[in-house]
Structure formats: C-alpha cells, structure tokens
Design a protein around this ligand. Structure first.
Ligand code: PLP
Length: 333
C-alpha cells in the first residue's frame, strides 16, 4: 500500500531513532531537559522571536497561541476552512471562551478587505470585540496553498494599526519556505504568535512548537501544565524534531515535485498545486477512495466531494510513479 492520506503518517527514520535514543534528557516540568531547551531556542531564533515552547500537538499549540491573544468573550477571525475552525473540535470555544467569525477564500488566502469589514472594534460591553486574526500557511484544506508574503505584511500593518493580534498556524510553514524561498524570520515577523508542527512533513513522531514573546511563552507554559500538557523526559521527542530540522526541511522539495506528478495523473492543473497536497474534486469521492485502495493507493476524503492526497518522506519516487499510474487509470475510467 502506498499511503497518501496524510503527511502525519511518516515513521521516524533509523537516523532519527538513533538521535532520539541518544538524547540527553531531564525533567522538562522542572525546566531541566537540555534537548527540549535546545529545540525551543533554535525554533525561536529561526522565526526571529524571543522564545518558544515544545507542545505535544499542533492543536494544543494553536489553542494556547490563540488564547494568548484573545480573552474569553472576544473573537478571532479566520478563513472558513482553517484548521482552527474545522479540525480542532471547538476547543477554542470550549476551553478559552473564544468565538470565531470567518471569511472564505478558495485558496485560503488572507482577504484584507473581508477582514476589515468583519473587524469589530471595542464597542462597549454589548458586542464581541475582534482581538486577533488567524492565518494558516500553508493552508491545509485549501490544498497546501502558500499565503503570499505581501498579503501577510499588509495584514500585519493593518492589525498593528488597530491593535489586533496575529496568530499564524504554521503547521506546514516549512513547505511554504521551501516552495517560495521566503526566510522563516520573514514569516515570523508577520505574526505575534506562531505554531509550527514537527510531526507533519518533517517526519518527527510527535511535537509542535509555539513561538512568541518571552511573556507569551511563560504564560503558555503555565497553561500547558494546566491543560495536562506538562511533559517530563521529553527530550527524546525533541531530539526527533531537532533531527528533522537538520535533515528533513530541504527535502520537502521532493514531496512538492511528487505532488506535481500526482496532480497530472489525476487531471488536476499542476500549476494550482503549490506544495505537497493535491485536492481532487470528485462527485464519486467515496467510491474513488475505495477504487484507489483496490489498486494499492490509500487516499482520503476531506469533504463529501473532495479527495486529498499528501506526499511525504515515507513515499519514494518509485511509489509515486506507481501511484500515478494507478490514479491515471482511475481518472480515465
Ligand atoms: C495538523 C495540523 C495542525 C495540528 O494538528 P495536530 O494533529 O493536533 O498536531 C494544525 N494546523 C494545521 C493546518 C494542520 O494541518
């Protein structure tokens, strides 16, 4: 089986396992795990922020990042198919008392005109006030699209002017960087707080990192513990993340090239595929998934008529060639 359902399916390589086994560890709740500290320092510096915090999941990282900007009873604005809106099961409302309103863009981009018209300033104690805007880069459900840096800079300028915070869900910011060459620090400069995942295309088994100011990180460390996310000798996992940063970032270009081949095979315009995610609109999505599986290719639906396939380090060029042949046959039939 060639498994293209998600880039979360990667398994640690032998070299990553060796790095994890050799990690120096300590009790991170006591602040004594040197490998966790090294990862946090490294990621903070990459994005040009003061500090960072190792998190068990991207979802918890997003929840704590958004709550650092938005008080209970205030709102965050986001795109309507954002992960925070569609795939975090209401956590921002359930845990943080945060409400959301959304704009819609077919490629998941920031629409500053829409943001400005949604924006609610402080109008007294009867209205929900906009405290933050959240953007996702790359945008998962829009098909791994890259948010143009110019739009992010315009949003930053507007948000600073009105006193609204910016959260970047950078689960796949690595893919955006590899696709565009935009330095991580430039993405970092467009947000107050970021969340980045080590367990997607980077191939670590577990882990995300919240990045922001020293104050935000200190406060988020308390919230992480409060939510049951205080972790002990977790340098073992952080070592997987450090290994991934050393060895698995530039290789994402291979995943992007592989996605181009799959797009062609599925009759999707490769020009619309910017990174490692291919979205195929099929009225027969469920049966397409079954027929692909019968040919040895696992893909998944992410909507009633939407099939998603994701390339990753567990899928070789030979696998992609074989999957492309099988999918091309399905597309033709
Ligand atoms: C995967 C993902 C997350 C975090 O997911 P977890 O499974 O909680 O680690 C957040 N945002 C986006 C865009 C994602 O794709």
């Amino acid at each position: 089986m060639i498994d293209l359902r998600s880039d979360t399916l990667t398994k640690p390589t032998e070299a990553m396992r060796a790095a994890m086994a050799a990690a120096e560890v300590g009790d991170d709740v006591y602040g004594e795990d040197p490998t966790v500290a090294a990862l946090e320092e490294r990621v903070a510096e990459m994005f040009g922020h003061e500090a960072a915090l190792f998190m068990p999941t991207g979802s918890m990282s997003n929840v704590l990042a958004v709550r650092s900007l938005v008080q209970p009873g205030q709102e965050v604005l986001c795109e309507s198919s954002a992960h925070i809106a569609r795939a975090e099961l209401g956590a921002h409302g359930a845990y943080s008392g945060v409400t959301m309103r959304t704009w819609t863009h077919p490629r998941g981009h920031v629409d500053l005109a829409a943001v400005r018209s949604l924006y609610a300033p402080d109008m007294g104690p009867f209205f929900v006030r906009t405290a933050a805007v959240s953007v996702e880069n790359t945008h998962n459900f829009a098909g791994g699209t890259v948010l143009p840096i110019d739009l992010l800079r315009d949003l930053r300028e507007w948000a600073t002017g009105v006193g609204v915070g910016i959260h970047l869900d950078g689960a796949r910011i690595w893919n955006a960087h590899v696709a565009t060459g935009t330095p991580f620090a430039e993405y970092g400069a467009t947000a107050d707080v970021l969340s980045v995942c080590l367990s997607k295309g980077l191939g670590a088994p577990v882990g995300s990192v919240l990045v922001g100011s020293a104050d935000t990180v200190a406060e988020s460390r308390i919230w992480r513990k409060r939510m049951g996310g205080g972790m002990r000798q977790v340098g073992i996992l952080a070592a997987g993340g450090l290994h991934a940063l050393d060895h698995h970032v530039e290789r994402l270009a291979d995943d992007h090239a592989h996605a181009q081949l799959l797009a062609e095979a599925c009759g999707v315009d490769p020009a619309g595929v910017e990174t490692n995610i291919v979205v195929v609109e099929r009225h027969d999505a469920a049966s397409y998934v079954e027929r692909a599986a019968a040919q040895g290719v696992r893909v998944a639906t992410v909507g009633p008529t939407t099939v998603r396939m994701v390339t990753h380090l567990g899928v070789s060029r030979a696998d992609v060639d074989r999957a492309a042949r099988a999918l091309a046959d399905l597309t033709a039939s």
